[in-house]
Design a protein around this ligand. Structure first.
Ligand code: HEM
Length: 437
């Protein structure tokens, strides 16, 4: 364990971390694989080696606690699976998990392809687009349709708009000083999150009531959750259904849309990779719209998504708080120490990825076996690994396949830098020209 840069009294390294967390973590990593630092008064450890990342993630819920996500998240997500801990989390996870199994994802895949095809139909040759806006609208439509099963544009818009407001406010809380303030401080941002949550609650209650009255054989996540039973035969309560559907939406929407924005940026800057992608799509799909069964036959498209998540992991940070018995690299970690891992740093380590800054999807085909476990962890790992991994991979692959088969997107020149907020966001508008192939 190596000491990190000297901090300032009381605040420790907090000012430097606050100014630029990605650069700060890179600086810590330059000192070693396990580096101590001060997050304000809290003793912290930064870990970069895949072995220690694995030790942290696989021990969450045992010798490491997941930190409290804060009042903003708790207001919006209630006590859903992302927020819950201990036996309550275990019960919820086992009730939600069946709704996102590969068998179920198959039934959502048709909606994913359909929504992407509608977007492709709406594009015209030479059109200029705001990539972030188009990807956010597409993944939002997919989320509201697969989760809530809403069919009408008006319903989709009502719930989508309420979610947008809440999500923006949560992002603002995390980018500003909000996340540092104690829960009881009443900020205007927190009041706005409460108001947006009330609108969401009303919308979700309306949709749940309609599902309860009608048929629960519908192919959406909400119907799966309404029929789910724990080992005692008990169903999720209305409050729990509300918490889990909102959690799935928030967990999956911005993470997937940002991944797609970065994918278009990287493909645009790497024409050879774009060509390899379209070659695969032409060979495998021809003129067909892709379906779930095509997923396994599109290894290069999958590799594009994996490589995008390596370079721009939308969730760029995972932490744990040491409990009794916590050990890293064979040494005990004092109780209460906050341990920080960052996908941004580990994913760009030349020991696991030759030419780490290069976008090379083929490394996932030719060299995949040489990449150590937990050197790639965009979806986390261990008992709390992302519940939507399969959902997200299938969604991103099908969207890329539908759109790249028909169009070439050229993102305007200039470097786009990542800004670490709740997710890794581009620092400016990502504008592109759409060209029919
Ligand atoms: C590219 C897209 C996505 C990324 C990068 C991502 C990433 C993550 C990460 C890093 C975690 C924390 C894992 C850990 O603590 O070890 C997580 C948890 C979670 N994700 Fe995702 N996710 C994505 C898409 C989705 C989707 C589409 C859904 C839902 C359909 C979803 C639902 C969840 C849920 C419910 C959890 C909490 C699991 C738990 O605490 O037990 N995610 N995700």
């Amino acid at each position: 364990m190596v000491p990190g840069p000297r901090g300032v009294p009381l605040l420790g390294n907090l000012p430097e971390f606050g100014k630029g967390p990605l650069a700060f973590f890179e600086k810590l990593h330059a000192r070693g694989d396990v580096v101590s630092w001060q997050f304000g008064p809290k003793p912290s450890l930064f870990i970069a080696h895949p072995e220690q990342v694995g030790e942290l993630l696989t021990e969450v819920e045992r010798t490491f606690d997941q930190p409290d996500l804060g009042i903003a998240f708790r207001t919006l997500l209630g006590n859903g699976v992302v927020v819950a801990k201990g036996p309550d989390w275990r019960r919820k996870r086992s009730l939600v998990q069946p709704s996102v199994r590969p068998k179920q994802v198959r039934s959502y895949a048709a909606t994913m392809s359909e929504c992407a095809t509608d977007l492709a139909e709406s594009w015209t040759d030479g059109q200029r687009i705001d990539v972030k806006q188009h990807m956010a609208a597409l993944t939002q439509l997919i989320a509201v349709r697969t989760i809530f099963g809403v069919d009408t544009a008006a319903d989709a818009e009502a719930i989508g708009r309420a979610m947008d407001v809440a999500q923006q406010e949560i992002g603002a809380e995390f980018s500003g000083i909000g996340a540092m303030l104690p829960d009881w401080v009443p900020t205007p941002g927190r009041a706005r999150i409460r108001r947006a949550t009330a609108v969401i609650d009303a919308e979700v209650a309306r949709i749940v009531a309609r599902h309860r009255d009608g048929d629960t054989e519908r192919p959406d996540l909400l119907s799966r959750l309404l029929t789910a039973q724990d080992e005692t035969g008990a169903h999720l309560s209305d409050q729990e259904i509300r918490d889990e559907t909102v959690t799935l939406y928030i967990g999956g929407h911005e993470t997937t849309s940002s991944t797609l924005v970065w994918a278009w940026y990287l493909l645009s800057r790497n024409p050879d990779a774009y060509d390899a992608l379209t070659t695969e799509l032409d060979q495998v799909l021809g003129d067909r719209t892709p379906a779930f069964d095509d997923y396994t036959h599109l290894p290069y498209t999958q590799a594009v998504v994996k490589e995008t998540l390596r370079l721009y992991p939308t969730i760029w940070l995972l932490t744990g708080i040491a409990k009794e018995g916590a050990v890293l690299a064979g040494r005990p970690v004092p109780v209460g120490t906050r341990v920080w891992s960052s996908q941004w740093v580990t994913h760009r380590d030349a020991r696991w990825y030759p030419e780490p800054e290069e976008f090379r999807p083929d490394r996932w085909l030719a060299e995949a076996e040489e990449i150590p476990e937990y050197a790639w962890f965009p979806f986390g790992g261990g008992p709390r690994v992302c519940l939507g991994t399969r959902f997200a991979m299938v969604e991103a692959v099908l969207i890329l396949a539908v759109l790249a088969r028909r169009y070439r997107l050229t993102v305007d020149p200039g470097e786009i830098r990542p800004v670490p907020s709740l997710t890794l966001q581009p620092d400016k508008e990502v504008r592109a020209t759409v060209q029919a192939r």
